[in-house]
Design a protein. Structure first.
Length: 137
């Protein structure tokens, strides 16, 4: 877990370590509630509010990727890459792959420049059905 650039080191706690371990054990995006359920199933006594706070801290530090699902719920996943990237996500099982998108980056820069914007950030997620889910049908 990084401490972010220019930020003071954060005190490690048992709960944060357990939450981090749960994030490391999956390649899927999880809601705070789902992550809390994983911890409960493992017999760990970590409060839901603690899970939310830890996930926000990890997101602020750039250690987790965040996205909203179709219902607007925030989902979290441990970052596998330090560099900017995008996600390809299975609509059925939630399996996620990190992907690069040089064409998207070029397009975003061109659109921003055309409209006189600078310092633009973006997210881009692709949703589909993975090969394993397709084979299951």
């Amino acid at each position: 877990m990084s401490n972010g650039v220019g930020q003071p080191a954060r005190r490690s706690t048992r709960a944060r370590s357990l939450i981090w371990q749960a994030l490391e054990s999956t390649d899927r995006f999880l809601s705070a509630q789902a992550l809390h359920e994983v911890l409960s199933d493992r017999g760990e006594d970590v409060g839901l509010a603690t899970v939310y706070r830890a996930l926000q801290m990890f997101a602020d530090d750039g250690d987790v990727d965040c996205l909203r699902d179709s219902d607007g719920e925030m989902l979290y996943r441990k970052c596998l890459r330090d560099a900017h990237h995008h996600h390809l996500i299975c609509r059925r099982c939630g399996r996620t792959r990190e992907v690069e998108g040089a064409g998207i980056e070029t397009w975003a820069d061109e659109v921003a420049n055309h409209h006189g914007f600078s310092n633009v950030t973006h997210t881009f997620e692709l949703y589909g059905v993975c090969g394993e889910c397709q084979a299951a049908n």
